[in-house]
Structure formats: structure tokens, C-alpha cells
Design a protein around this ligand. Structure first.
Ligand code: CAO
Length: 442
């Protein structure tokens, strides 16, 4: 089998152009016209096709190299049949066979110089999805003809994300079309909302059974519904999460001192009801947090009522019943509402009315643990608070360290409505109210 040295053919008026892709690696088998490298000048992108079929035995260029006509780029051990055919092929390509085949890269060049193809930046609606590079083919993550590459480029599709169904995994035009279709359908289905052109690449489908035993269990109804809402919010709301903490030593002492009274009233006081009161007072001071963005994104709808959603963990998934008019209720009433709603939630008896009309949500994981987390805004609300577990900590009081009960919390908010400074002012204010509950009656 003859080894053919492949050189850069006539590339027109370009003296020196950059190699932007090396599409083959040693060991790859190529067919005639398979693209070997992609070159890019300031005006165009062009692919250099293989003049022969065979096995790549050596690659002498790498991405970033500058090349010109005649530069040696790789060796191909031509198929016997191809080698025999080669002279004919050369003849067909109308290049004068002035040199011996072994050192005849120019003779092997295609007659038509590769047509420079206009390159466009990838369309922003289909972001590139990295695909693991085949370890045996580091330079060639995919195979596709120049026309398919041009088609993909035109539509802004990263071919690394496309699975080729052609011979030897070659990417064909219908593979690119299928990829676009799946992206559009996947993102639309996942959000349950019209997409407005924001196509999100789908997560690759993997057959996990190739790695071990698996079991497929359908998601419960609540998980399916809440999943859609969570994803819609995650995709639509530019989230910022502000972390903070509050010294709740006095608050907790007060809560414990009220235990007997609470029991008499048939309720159990947890830190959550105090947080609800502190949040509502802060919402009154920072009305942007008690608001929704209009659907056209041009106005803020401020609410003059204070209904707080509370995320409740149930065996079937997460639900968010709403405690109404928190501003008008005392802590015993709030505690009663909370207990009733969370019992209804766990029994699966919440009605749609129980879960609507919220202004701001609190997600409390404080009874379980954790130090901080980033809750997802319950859109169309614009902010959500996450409570984590309070812990005794040494706190410097100016003269010495004192043991204090400190509760970490976070607030995620919609940055289209709330600025960072406002975000931290809000958390600081809530923290201060929790530290000194007397401020709530001012
Ligand atoms: N720090 C320390 N202890 C806390 C605390 C905090 N921040 N918050 C609650 N606790 C304590 C309570 O005081 C109680 O202890 P005691 O019995 O000794 O008083 C214990 O933890 C259990 O409280 P609880 O969780 O039953 O009650 P709650 O009022 O704090 O919360 C409810 C009620 C319904 C919100 C909660 O049960 C729940 O479901 N939490 C999970 C919410 C969730 O999953 N959110 C995630 C959303 S994002 O995926």
C-alpha cells in the first residue's frame, strides 16, 4: 500500500491561512472527499478534502498553524484499489501528473479549488453542546461532508452535538435536521411554555443499562407538575441568590418561653412563623419584593396584600400552599394556618385555591439541616427565601466571644426587578427583625 503525502492544494488568493479544525487523526480511515482540515482566512472558511481513500498514518498540522499552498499536512496509506485508481483520479481532476505519485501532493489536489464558504457566527439560539472527543480520534470529533458542515453552520448547529447516522457515523443533513427538531421539541416540552426562540439543547439520552442494572420509575403527578414550574422559572428568571445570617438567640428564647401558651392554643411554634412576620414587615418596606413583572416585562405589578407561600415537603413531592394576610395575623394564628395547610399538603388534600395568590415564598429546610441553599424563585413571584438550620456559634460582641444561635438564610430574586443593593438591604433588614423582634411593632 502506497503512502501518499497530502499537501495543501491551490487555495486561491490566500498566502497563509489558519488551521481551525483538524478533522482526522492517525488511524482514521477516510474516503475520497472526506474533509481533512478546515482552514479559515479573514474572508472565508474552506475544507480540504481527501484526494484518496485510505488510512491516515501521520498528521503534521495542528489547530492554530498557518498553512499555504503546498504545505505538507498529513500522510494517507491509500487503499490498494484507490492507489491503483489514483492516477485515473488525478487525471480526472485535470491536474498535470508531473510528479511521481509518492511526492505528488499537488497532483492529488482536486481540480476545483475548495469553494470558500462564508462562515457565520453560530446562531445564539442553539448554544454549542460539548461532546466528549473520541479518545482514538482526538482531532476528529465528527465526520461530515462540506455541504453538511455548511448547512450546520448556516443554522448555527455545533456538529459536535450531532450524532451521525451515516456510514461510519458520518453526519448527514437529516442528522442535523433531527438535532434541531429534538432541541426545539425538548425545550418546549420541558417548560410547557412557548419558547420564544430560546432553544435549549436536550440532555443526551444514554442507555444506562450498559453500565449496570437499572429501574425506570415514573415521576409522580406532583413532581411532574412542579418540575415544569421549576424549569420555567429557572429558564425565564435571571436569578441572584443573596446569602445572609441572623442572630436569633432572643427570638428562640421567646419562642421557647411561649411553648406552654402555644400548646394551650393547640399550636406548635417553630422559627418559621417569626420569619413570616419579619418577611412581611420587610416586604412592606421593599415593595419590589412583593411584586410580579408584567408578562411583557415592561412594568412591575405591586401587590398591596401579603400572602406568603410556604414550600412543604410531602411524600409525593413539593407543594406550596399559601398563608393569607400574614400582615394581619399573630404568630398563633399563623402557626395554626401553617399546621393546617401542611397537614392538608401531606394528605394530598390541597385545593388549587390553597396554592394560589402567593406574593413571596419561604422554603424552610431548617428542621432538616444544611448550611445554605439557592431556592428557585416561584415565578411569577420575584423572590423566595430559603431557611437553613440555626446553630450555636461564637459571636464577637466587641469584648469577647459569646455563644449565639445563628440562622443562615438566603434570598433568591429576579434580577430584572431587584438590584443587588436592594437584595442585600432586604436580607439585612429581615435579619435585623429576626434578631430583635421588637422592631416588628414599630
Ligand atoms: N433552625 C433550627 N431549627 C429549626 C429551624 C431552623 N431554621 N426551622 C425549624 N426548626 C426546628 C423546629 O423548631 C422543630 O424543632 P422542635 O420540634 O424542637 O421545635 C423542627 O425543626 C421541625 O420543624 P418543622 O420542619 O416540622 O416545622 P417548620 O415550621 O420549620 O416547617 C414545613 C414546616 C411544612 C415548612 C416543613 O415541615 C417542611 O415541609 N419543610 C421542607 C420544605 C422543603 O422541602 N423545601 C424545599 C424546597 S426546594 O426544593
Amino acid at each position: 500500500m502506497a503512502t501518499q503525502q497530502i499537501n495543501i492544494p491551490d487555495i486561491g488568493d490566500f498566502d497563509s491561512v489558519e488551521v481551525i479544525e483538524v478533522l482526522v487523526a492517525e488511524g482514521d480511515v477516510v474516503a475520497v472527499d472526506d474533509s481533512l482540515v478546515t482552514l479559515e482566512s479573514d474572508k472565508a472558511t474552506m475544507e480540504i478534502p481527501s484526494p484518496v481513500s485510505g488510512k491516515v498514518t501521520k498528521v503534521t498540522v495542528k489547530v492554530g498553524d498557518s498553512v499555504a499552498e503546498g504545505d505538507y499536512i498529513l500522510d494517507i496509506e491509500a487503499d490498494e484499489a484507490a492507489a491503483e485508481e489514483a492516477p485515473k483520479a488525478d487525471a480526472k481532476k485535470e491536474e498535470p501528473a508531473k510528479e511521481a505519485p509518492k511526492e505528488a501532493p499537488k497532483a492529488a489536489a482536486p481540480a476545483e479549488k475548495p469553494a470558500p464558504q462564508e462562515t457565520k457566527a453560530p446562531a445564539p439560539n442553539v448554544p454549542p453542546v460539548p461532546k466528549p472527543v473520541n479518545a482514538q480520534s482526538m482531532g476528529a470529533a465528527y465526520h461530515a461532508s462540506p455541504s453538511v458542515r455548511a448547512f450546520a453552520r448556516k443554522l448555527g448547529v455545533d456538529l459536535n452535538a450531532v450524532t451521525g447516522t451515516g456510514p461510519k457515523g458520518r453526519i448527514q443533513q437529516n442528522d442535523v435536521e433531527a438535532m434541531i427538531k429534538s432541541v426545539m421539541q425538548g425545550s418546549a416540552a420541558a417548560s410547557g411554555q412557548p419558547q420564544g426562540g430560546a432553544g435549549i439543547p436536550s440532555v443526551p439520552e444514554i442507555d444506562f443499562s450498559q453500565f449496570g442494572e437499572t429501574e425506570t420509575v415514573e415521576l409522580g403527578r406532583i413532581k411532574k407538575i412542579s418540575g415544569k414550574f421549576l424549569q420555567t422559572s429557572w429558564l425565564n428568571v435571571p436569578h441572584v441568590t443573596q446569602f445572609d445570617e441572623s442572630d436569633i438567640t432572643e427570638m428562640d428564647a421567646f419562642r421557647k418561653s411561649m411553648k406552654a401558651q402555644a400548646e394551650k392554643a393547640g399550636v406548635k411554634l417553630t422559627p418559621l412563623v417569626f420569619v413570616m412576620k419579619a418577611v412581611v414587615k420587610a416586604l412592606q418596606e421593599f415593595p419590589n419584593f412583593n411584586a410580579s413583572l408584567s408578562p411583557d416585562g415592561q412594568s412591575i405589578i405591586k401587590k398591596h396584600y401579603y400572602n406568603i407561600g410556604v414550600a412543604v415537603d410531602t411524600p409525593n413531592g413539593l407543594v406550596v400552599p399559601v398563608v393569607r394576610d400574614v400582615d394581619q395575623k399573630g404568630i398563633f394564628d399563623l402557626s395554626k394556618d401553617l399546621m393546617e395547610l401542611s397537614a392538608k399538603a401531606r394528605d394530598g388534600k390541597l385545593t388549587p385555591a390553597d396554592m394560589s395568590g402567593g406574593c413571596f415564598t419561604i422554603s424552610s429546610l431548617g428542621g432538616i439541616g444544611g448550611t445554605q441553599f439557592t431556592p428557585i424563585v416561584n415565578a411569577p413571584e420575584v423572590a423566595i427565601m430559603g431557611l437553613s438550620k440555626a446553630k450555636m456559634q461564637p459571636v464577637w460582641n466587641g469584648a469577647e466571644f459569646e455563644p449565639r444561635l445563628v440562622m443562615p438564610f438566603s434570598v433568591s430574586y429576579d434580577h430584572r426587578v431587584i438590584d443587588g443593593a436592594e437584595g442585600v438591604r432586604f436580607t439585612t433588614t429581615v435579619g435585623q427583625y429576626l434578631t430583635d423582634l421588637r422592631q416588628l411593632i414599630l
